[in-house]
Design a protein around this ligand. Structure first.
Ligand code: QV4
Length: 606
């Protein structure tokens, strides 16, 4: 509310006029939009092919409050509409075949788009648009109308609604010398710039008239409030042609800045196709970074990630729109994806923790591995239906507690662009800190890991962001105590721990601590698991008592018991079946309850 009030006041000047009776009349006039106060964050949520009302709701309820700096949205221009196809009706890739630059398509109307931008700005979130400006629809299309009813002639390269005619496109035998008119030689600038990508009609961007129409489209979006662009197929747009388009863009309405640019340029090109040729027009998508994450998270060489800044990823982190995955790479499996479960989540949180590039977190929709063309959830007309993070049809990692916690951690620590004390207690367990601002550890193994780390943090109790961070002075998340700059941290299996100076436990210490025991124990039918120990609440070792654990999450047994604070506790797990008692082997386990109000222990049967 405060941001909205500040923004409104910033835009309204009060003009005090002396009335005839000397009474001051105040007339409020609305000035041009002054800079709105948007979140100070370089983290973007790429909500790919979510419809406009769903994105508006995500901005208001999730992204804004979590501190995201921007949301990326799928192409909003009118596209082909394909009621039938090999992958079923309305394949997702319709939106990459423009037929006009009307902001009207399967993701919503212009009014809905504009309302979404307003909602996101009010929530403090910028809006970046996936701009398809290298081409129009495929010449092989058998349809001739778009979602907004515009007609076009695919084979005649005619788009009256823009208008474009055949003279506005590259053609085989003219600018394109390839025998089939398609891009086949991927390191030949002539083909890459002048032939057709996947048979899509390739705009003659060397013509000022074509560039004017593209610039007009992007400035129309900026006029609605758009703050930047993910430039589709930028590899195929000669940088010399894109530069005057960038130069012709208006400043953004929210912040009066040059719009942000992230260019989709597949790596591997040399000479005129080297990534370095493109960065004069803006950032470039981090494909090589995403490929590296898949490699190292996939083969468990996480400690190598400390050398990431020295890797030759084709461009410096500063010019990279970093990602773990996007809609293409989750389908061609060249990167991790939501299908990789915990590994994908850990890689996404690592991207928010390690200082490389501007993080773009991806959420698309769930699709069958056997049909990579499948439409997003849509009605019979192809209109994409509302995102529901509870029905299993959509990916919603950007809204997970842990992810939102990592966005806050990233925002709290990003002013330090180096990492210190990178520690790898195991091949799949790492920890590091960013100066004195925050410490992050992740455990990609299947068992909990406990180790001591140099944190760079001042002594005190911090609230883990992955499990909820701090609220009202106390810890929702797991408390972590730093003493002498070090912390002994238990990182649960396939999870992480993140602490920073903005999430400290400042609440009063607790006299008793709610201790949750979580033990992975395999049992036979009829057996139950108990905790016994040197405390009365643990029956002071009497096998007739003890704290019974629940098998609800079998084979993980859990139970919570109240124990005195600041007390060293000895305990062991036992299996009981009637009068038969089986003790786990080895020495007694021990821990200190500390003074935080809650504590979680994660063990495996000894
Ligand atoms: C078909 C044949 C072609 C033939 C053509 C014409 O496959 O061989 O030449 O007909 O006869 C769709 C269909 C595709 C069809 C094409 C034209 O899938 O089969 O060609 O339409 O009718 C997305 C999809 C494409 C889709 C396209 C347009 O991935 O499958 O093509 O949208 O609907 C490189 C580029 C990079 C690109 C990446 C995929 O450098 O820029 O390949 N990535 C971006 C987007 C991507 C999008 C496009 C570019 C095109 O991220 O999603 O392609 O806008 O790396």
């Amino acid at each position: 509310m405060e941001r909205r009030l500040r923004a409104a006041i910033g835009r309204i000047s009060a003009v005090a006029l002396m009335g005839t009776a000397g009474v001051t009349a105040v007339v409020l006039t609305r000035q041009a939009d002054a800079a709105e106060s948007l979140n100070d964050s370089d983290v973007t949520a790429n909500l790919w092919e979510w419809n406009w009302p769903s994105i508006a709701r995500a901005c208001t309820d999730q992204l804004g409050p979590a501190g995201y700096g921007a949301v990326q949205v799928a192409p909003p221009q009118e596209s082909v509409t394909l009621p039938a196809g090999s992958g079923g009706a309305h394949p997702w890739w319709e939106v990459y075949q423009p037929v006009s630059y009307q902001i009207h398509g399967r993701l919503g109307t212009r009014e809905q788009f504009s309302a979404m931008v307003r909602s996101c700005h009010t929530a403090g979130v910028r809006v970046y648009v996936d701009a398809v400006i290298n081409h129009t629809a495929g010449s092989n299309n058998s349809v001739s109308t778009g979602y907004a009813g515009s007609s076009f002639d695919p084979k005649g390269y005619s788009y009256p609604a823009v208008p474009y005619s055949s003279a506005d496109f590259h053609h085989k035998g003219a600018e394109c010398t390839d025998e089939d008119g398609r891009i086949d030689a991927w390191n030949d600038p002539g083909e890459v710039f002048n032939c057709e990508l996947s048979g899509l009609s390739d705009l003659k961007t060397e013509k000022a008239g074509v560039r004017d129409k593209l610039t007009g489209y992007l400035n129309d979006l900026i006029g609605i409030g758009v703050d930047g662009f993910r430039v589709d197929a930028a590899k195929h747009l000669p940088p010399a042609d894109f530069a005057p388009i960038v130069a012709g863009l208006h400043r953004t309405t929210a912040e009066a800045k040059a719009p942000y640019i992230a260019q989709e340029v597949a790596p591997g090109g040399t000479g005129d196709l080297a990534l370095s040729r493109y960065i004069g027009n803006g950032d470039v998508l981090g494909f090589s970074y995403a490929y590296s994450l898949k490699e190292h998270f996939g083969n468990g060489t996480l400690s190598d990630l400390q050398y990431l800044p020295q890797w030759d990823l084709g461009l410096a982190g500063a010019g990279t729109a970093a990602m773990v995955a996007n809609h293409d790479t989750e389908r061609d499996r060249s990167t991790l994806s939501y299908r990789d479960g915990a590994t994908y989540r850990l890689a996404s949180w690592f991207m928010l923790a390690f200082p490389y590039g501007k993080p773009f977190l991806y959420d698309g929709f769930v699709f069958p591995a056997g049909n990579t063309d499948q439409s997003p959830p849509a009605d019979s007309t192809g209109a994409v239906t509302a995102t529901d993070c509870g029905n299993g049809a959509w990916q919603c990692l950007t809204q997970a507690t842990a992810t939102k916690g990592m966005v806050a951690w990233h925002n709290a620590t990003r002013s330090v662009t180096t990492v210190s004390d990178f520690t790898a207690p195991a091949a799949t367990v790492i920890g590091f800190h960013r100066g004195s601002l925050g410490w992050f550890g992740l455990n990609a193994s299947g068992t909990a890991s406990t180790a001591t780390y140099a944190t760079g943090l001042a002594d005190g109790t911090y609230c883990d962001r992955i499990t909820g961070g701090a609220t009202a002075g106390g810890c929702t998340g797991t408390p972590v105590t730093v003493s002498g700059g070090k912390a002994t941290v238990t990182i649960p299996a396939n999870s992480a721990v993140a602490i920073d100076g903005n999430a400290r436990s400042t609440g009063t210490a607790c006299a008793t601590v709610a201790v949750t025991f979580t033990a992975t124990v395999t049992t036979t039918y009829g057996q139950n698991v108990f905790v016994l120990g040197n405390q009365s609440a643990l029956s002071t070792w009497a096998t007739s008592g003890g704290t019974a654990l629940s098998p609800a999450a079998y084979p993980v047994w859990t139970g919570t018991v109240s124990l005195p604070a600041n007390t060293t506790v000895e305990y062991k797990y036992v299996k009981k079946e009637g009068s038969a008692v089986t003790w786990e082997s080895g020495d007694n386990r021990t821990f200190s309850t500390g003074s935080a109000c809650t504590k979680t222990l994660t063990d495996t049967w000894g």
